[in-house]
Design a protein around this ligand. Structure first.
Ligand code: S3P
Length: 174
């Protein structure tokens, strides 16, 4: 698994609704790796949901929690699903690359919108973007693409999750 890191973790990045958690769990199972979701871990540590952290403490505080979390992470043989904004703040992409191979799940905007309509409540940024300006979400999506594209590897996220996992296995072993 050639990359610049000494760790063998696989770090999944991509926009909200790209499929990081679903794919990450399947990938972990097929590789015999463990799985963590950074949002879930941050919620456990903070004793609050992501929505509550945004509401009570603000986005900047959440971004600090994200950076602290990955800076202090020491693990191996793990699939790490990140929050959609994590690589886009505080030079976190560099920190993620230290943890292992960073893989961008590149899911088209239209598919993302369809998926996200079903699950708005737990995603504070989405809630405000969808209710205010639809263009705001597209603009955030476009702005982040460049950072996601600086990942070590990339896979298209617009098909059956089992197929995507097969593709990832080929990519990471090539
Ligand atoms: C965010 C994405 C969310 C979560 C938070 C902020 C973002 O994670 O970290 O609501 O900035 O895109 P998911 O990508 O798992 O939805």
């Amino acid at each position: 698994m050639p990359n610049n890191s000494e760790q063998n973790n696989i770090v999944l990045v991509g926009f909200m609704g790209a499929g990081k958690t679903t794919i990450g769990k399947l990938l972990a199972k097929s590789m015999g790796f463990s799985f963590i979701d950074t949002d879930e871990e941050i919620e456990k540590e903070a004793g609050m949901s992501i929505a509550q952290i945004f509401k009570n403490k603000g986005e900047e505080y959440f971004r600090e929690l994200e950076s602290d979390f990955i800076t202090n992470l020491r693990l191996s043989n793990c699939i790490i699903a990140t929050g959609g904004g994590m690589p886009c703040h505080n030079d976190n992409m560099t920190k993620l690359k230290v943890l292992g191979t960073v893989l961008f799940i590149n899911t088209p905007y239209d598919s993302i919108i369809e998926r996200l309509k079903l699950n708005q409540d737990s995603r504070p940024l989405l809630k405000s973007s969808l209710s205010n300006e639809k263009d705001e979400l597209l603009s955030l999506f476009s702005k982040r693409q460049q950072i996601y594209k600086s990942s070590d590897k990339e896979v298209l996220g617009d098909s059956n999750p089992c197929f995507i996992v097969e593709e990832i296995l080929k990519i990471v072993n090539s």
